[in-house]
Design a protein around this ligand. Structure first.
Ligand code: NDP
Length: 247
């Protein structure tokens, strides 16, 4: 079934670490051309080199997803270089847990800008191209936090609920264009995600939880591949998974 991944041009935001890096490595191993986007240029350039050294196809495009001009440039560069874009994985994200009364307004802004507006900018940039192609697949990364609310997680959970709402609206709108949409909602996966929490008690709680329960990133990469490799008439709308021990 991997024949439906081979040769596809796949943009992955947040490809400099964690889930995005794992997806890029896995999908390129299955024959996809991967376009790696993130702010840390050295990381995505090194990953692109590692993939091409192994005989794969990869291009690094430094991108801040909170800047719509840069996101459009990412899509334009992909189309200029490879002639099309088959899949966009809106994966870049930020989690900064804190109770609302700690008043971390800047962190709320950052999570909203990256997790919600970044996804919207990706959709806006890629849709005209996919509508013209009459084919394409947009995969948005939500979370278990897109299904349940936790204390100190209000804003992060709100952004991940928003990703699911946007994705479901998108799914209904793009049917005339033959486009597929998928939400991937992981539970705790061992990445750099919890390292950005500045509220001390929240950081301690979540990092302790991750140390005990988090699973490796490969199941995420396999979930993405599962959604992409289906025949074009099959649209996997959501994959929700978590560590077996996670409530
Ligand atoms: P990481 O912190 O390891 O990766 C986050 C990625 O997002 C990095 O590549 C980072 O790259 C990128 N990123 C952050 N801000 C921006 C920005 N402004 N512009 C472009 N890229 C940006 O965490 P994960 O791999 O775990 O997170 C990936 C996604 O998975 C996120 O959306 C997260 O919410 C979601 N998720 C993760 C879970 C987990 O337990 N790990 C569980 C559920 C969902 P750079 O800093 O170089 O820009």
């Amino acid at each position: 079934m991997n024949e439906n991944i081979k040769g596809k041009v796949i943009i992955i935001t947040g490809a400099s670490s964690g889930l995005g890096e794992a997806a890029a490595t896995h999908l390129s191993g299955l024959g996809a051309t991967v376009v790696l986007a993130a702010r840390r240029s050295a990381r995505i350039e090194n990953l692109a080199k590692a993939i091409t050294d192994k005989g794969g196809n990869a291009l690094a495009v430094t991108t801040d997803v909170t800047d719509k001009v840069q996101v459009q440039h990412l899509v334009d560069t992909t189309v200029d270089t490879f002639g099309r874009v088959d899949v966009l994985i809106n994966n870049a994200g930020l989690m900064q847990q804190s109770p609302l009364d700690s008043g971390k307004l800047e962190e709320w802004d950052n999570m909203i800008d990256i997790n919600i507006k970044g996804v919207l900018y990706g959709i806006a940039a890629v849709l005209p191209q996919m509508q013209q192609q009459k084919s394409g697949h947009i995969i948005n990364v939500s979370s278990v936090a897109g299904h349940k609310i936790t204390p100190a997680g209000s804003v992060y959970c709100a952004t991940k609920h928003a990703v699911r709402a946007i994705s479901e609206g998108l799914r209904q709108e793009v049917k005339p264009y033959n486009l597929r949409t998928t939400i991937i909602s992981p539970g705790a996966v061992d990445t750099e995600l919890p390292n950005h929490i500045t509220h001390e008690a929240s950081a301690e709680g979540i990092q302790g939880f991750y140390q005990h329960y988090a699973i490796p990133a490969e199941p995420f990469a396999r979930a993405v591949a599962y959604a992409i490799e289906q025949p074009e008439e099959v649209d996997i709308n959501e994959v929700l998974f978590r560590p077996t021990a996670q409530a």
